[in-house]
Write a protein that binds this ligand. Structure first.
Ligand code: SF4
Ligand code: SF4
Length: 386
């Protein structure tokens, strides 16, 4: 057994009390992420805040946060984080946010039509100034990157420079590059057809690799873009990934095929599996109108196609999640989001059940149910209450 296998085994056998007594700074990368998963992000941050703060203080790492074609929802989501909140993350963890257009005081100041060339006053110069400093930093991008018109990127400009150019320039120097939210990861809403600005994500356009930085892009740490999708992204997903990045604790194999951290977006797990309404689905009790309290499949729920830990992590400081409060999962973490009409039943049963819904209906009519998931059959034979 090599050291890595031994560490992983150790974690799996430990109680949560034992997990809280580990020296996390001596853990290898995979064990670090495994420990975060075993304890839960919030408990992990709370337990190890002092150690993390000390480690980050010694690393002299910084964050540059750029915002392109977006609604600022992912920043707002992060600002709503409570355990820890952003203030704690910035002060206790000593994270230096060097540039964030919504949070910093600098603006694009002009005098007589000429930008004020002072990093203390003007946002563009603040960024230039920091990028020229040579200090190591983690780049976070929020929002899609318009390439139009004609590849110039001029549909989205900050000051007199295209967001495309600013992003490429920063990504070239970044130790690690993170896409916060589905727009930055895959293009999201701005890149949805007809996509008038020719918007893309950092390293993807929907499911196709490429994007603003190109398929071959790797950061200074040798990593591709780390995608933290979501509309918005969950603050735990962002804070934990940034913590791991700042501590240089990101293992090379922790991303799925769409470059999402598997610890939050497990490819073997869909939201449907832990949905609080799952019992209704299994009984074939399906709402056809909102506010009914049963399974939301017929109202367009896409949780069977969506990989994220929303039902176990919950949102709004552990309060609730979409299906719990009566909203179908719209699959906001998937590269194809938003596709089609979100309030319409998804055609075809996903691979989890393994058969198309129309096939299932025919099979049920013919009473040849062999191989068809029992709950799939019950879904198409509504109960009397339905
Ligand atoms: S509401 Fe959605 S996630 Fe929940 S059981 Fe129904 S289909 Fe599955
Ligand atoms: S439940 Fe679905 S729509 Fe809601 S946040 Fe999670 S992935 Fe997004």
């Amino acid at each position: 057994m090599n050291m890595e296998e031994r560490s992983m085994g150790d974690i799996e056998g430990k109680s949560s009390a034992e997990l809280k007594n580990l020296d996390i700074l001596k853990l290898d990368r995979r064990t670090f992420m495994k420990t975060v998963g075993a304890l839960g992000a919030s408990a992990f941050m709370g337990t190890y805040a002092a150690d993390i703060a000390k480690a980050i203080a010694e690393t002299d790492r910084n964050i540059v946060w750029l915002q392109g074609a977006e609604c600022t929802g992912c920043s707002v989501s992060l600002l709503n984080a409570e355990y820890p909140d952003v203030l704690q993350a910035v002060t206790d963890l000593k994270v230096a946010i060097q540039y964030h257009e919504t949070l910093m005081p600098q603006q694009g100041l002009f005098v007589d039509g000429v930008p004020v060339e002072d990093a203390a006053l003007n946002a563009n110069y603040a960024l230039e100034h920091f990028l020229d400093s040579g200090k190591p930093f983690v780049l976070v991008v929020e929002g899609a990157i318009p390439l139009g018109p004609d590849g110039t990127g001029n549909y989205c400009k900050i000051g007199d420079e295209s967001f495309l150019h600013i992003t490429q320039k920063a990504a070239e120097k970044a130790l690690i590059t993170v896409a916060a939210g589905t727009c930055a990861a895959y293009g999201g809403i701005p890149a949805t057809p007809p996509n008038p600005t020719d918007a893309v994500g950092l390293q993807f356009l929907k499911t196709t690799k490429g994007g603003a930085l190109g398929a071959g892009y790797v950061s200074q740490a040798g990593l591709p873009v780390i995608n933290i999708p979501g509309c918005p992204s969950h603050p735990d997903w962002v804070l934990l990934t940034l913590t791991a990045a700042l501590l240089d604790l990101i293992p090379t194999d922790f991303l799925d095929e769409f470059q999402r951290p598997k610890m939050f977006f497990n490819p073997d797990y869909t939201i449907h599996e832990n949905c609080p309404r799952r019992g209704f689905y299994d009984m074939g009790k399906l709402d056809t109108e909102y506010a009914g309290g049963k399974c939301l499949w017929k109202l367009g729920c896409r949780a069977m196609l969506s990989h994220a830990d929303c039902p176990t992590r919950l949102w709004n400081s552990g309060t609730s999640m979409c299906t719990q409060v009566g909203g179908p999962c719209i699959g906001c973490v998937e590269p194809t989001f938003p596709e089609g009409s979100l309030a319409v039943e998804v055609e075809g049963i996903p691979a989890l059940v393994g058969v198309d819904i129309n096939t299932a209906a025919l099979t049920a009519t013919g009473a040849a149910a062999v191989g068809v998931g029992a709950h799939a059959l019950r879904r198409i034979v509504p109960s009397k209450e339905d």
